[in-house]
Design a protein around this ligand. Sequence first.
Ligand code: FES
Length: 123
Amino acid sequence: MYNEKIMDAFSNPKNVGEIENADGCGTVGNEKCGDIMQITLKIENDIIVDAKFKTFGCAAAIATSSTATDMIKGMTIEQALKVTNKQVIEVLGGLPAQKIHCSVLAEEAIKKAIEDYLAKKNA
Ligand code: FES
């Protein structure tokens, strides 16, 4: 059901865990399956210097979050806000149609974590 790239990202996920004293934290739930995703970010001068995720989601959620958190490291927050689940799926070489909803978790949690950062910054 999953291609090799996805199986590799799932078996050896990067960026698993939680950043202490994170500058931004986003937690989202998936309407379709009820699974949860948390992303924490370390941000310096509006550039994402570190990103980690924790999830109760499935293999597709783990693989896409591993890839998405890797992609946004080094990006400005503006660039990271534009990263979509479709781009992440492309990097992974495709995802079964019934698993597309799992990849939305990372995109939404990244957006929420950046919103959290901006809210704290402007407080
Ligand atoms: Fe819930 Fe994949 S089935 S994240």
